[in-house]
Design a protein around this ligand. Structure first.
Ligand SMILES: [Zn+2]
Ligand SMILES: [Zn+2]
Length: 335
């Protein structure tokens, strides 16, 4: 079973939104359960095609997926084991949190289950844009060595939820499930709690990790890495920048010039991700003009965006006597 969304939709990763939509329509029509009454597997195929298009058909989700996909093939993704992705719902869950499988991956009823830890780290704007390596100490839950994860002894079925670990509130159609507060979602309580972990079965350990950030990482995207044999999902928070704003692969910024610089033209040193670069302001540049600095944007999938610079013209507020007479002269010329 193929797990790659592009393969599911039968397109290349470089396909345009139009190509994607066409291929999706063709496949959805062909695999629609109504069109295949004798093929029960068609429903599953149809669902996968829809799920794949749900992500790739949305530019933002596609960008995130591309990043995760890169991460999956990255050497840092698995400690040699090549973790990659699980199934489709796993991808969806890790990309957009919660959802797909229902329930909380940390608090499930079976404590023996190997959980995927999730942590959030903040990365510098430039690292996200151009890629790089960051070192972080991650606080990760590990099985308590005192009780081997049991949390204590004298296990009794939780009296509040009857062992389900979840409780429904509300009525009928509008009812929702919540983790049971009494047992913390485990479905049982302990007569004697472990003194080392307080009954949770887990303790925290600090792990120093080195993470490779792929170029073009977006805020909120997730990377998968392996720490001490456990899979850790690292969600990236990209720090904002005072000068730059990101728009896909492009960077937006603005520079302020004087009236004379705009009228007569000038050259400015403008900050880029590659250091300061000279930018020519042509004579007669109007306020609000947007200038393009090619190839100074964000690298994503091997393509580099541009930097767009909006020219802001600052007019003098207070004038010296000399300046007043000069502006008066300009005024008299009628320009
Ligand atoms: Zn309970
Ligand atoms: Zn313990």
């Amino acid at each position: 079973m193929t797990k790659d969304l592009y393969e599911i939709l039968g397109v290349s990763e470089k396909s345009t939104p139009d190509e994607l939509r066409k291929s999706y329509r063709k496949l959805a029509k062909k695999n629609h359960p109504d069109a295949n009454p004798d093929d029960p597997a068609s429903e599953e195929r149809f669902k996968r095609i829809s799920d794949a298009y749900d992500i790739l058909g949305n530019p933002e989700k596609r960008e995130q997926y591309d990043l995760m996909r890169q991460g999956g093939h990255d050497p840092f993704a698995g400690g040699g084991g090549g973790e990659g992705f699980g199934d489709l719902s796993d991808v969806l869950r890790s990309m957009f949190g919660g959802g797909a499988g229902g329930g909380n991956p940390f608090g499930g009823g079976r404590s023996a289950q190997r959980a995927t830890s999730q942590v959030e780290i903040e990365i510098p704007f430039a690292t996200a844009a151009r890629g790089g390596t960051v070192q972080r100490v991650l606080r990760l839950p590990v099985q308590c060595s005192e009780c081997n994860g049991a949390g204590g002894s004298g296990r009794e079925t939780c009296s509040s939820c009857g062992g389900a670990g979840r409780i429904s509130s509300g009525q009928g159609f509008f009812s929702t499930m919540h983790p049971c507060v009494n047992c913390g979602g485990r479905g049982y309580t302990l007569r004697k709690k472990c003194s080392s972990c307080g009954g949770s079965g887990e303790t925290q350990s600090s792990e120093k990790v080195s993470l490779r950030i792929p170029p073009g990482a977006v805020d909120g995207s997730a990377l998968r890495t392996s720490v001490g044999g456990n899979t850790v999902l690292v969600r990236l928070r990209v720090k904002s920048d005072r000068f730059f704003t990101r728009q896909g692969r492009d960077l937006l910024c603005s520079v302020t010039v004087t009236a004379a610089q705009a009228v007569l033209g000038s050259a400015l040193m403008v900050r880029t991700l590659d250091g300061k670069v000279k930018l020519k302001i042509k004579p007669g540049t109007q306020p609000g003009t947007v200038l393009r600095m090619r190839g100074k944007g964000v690298v994503h999938n091997g393509v580099t965006g541009d930097q767009f610079v909006t020219v802001v013209v600052k007019l003098p507020v207070e004038l010296s006597d000399d300046q007043r007479s000069l502006w008066t002269k300009i005024k008299e010329t009628g320009s």
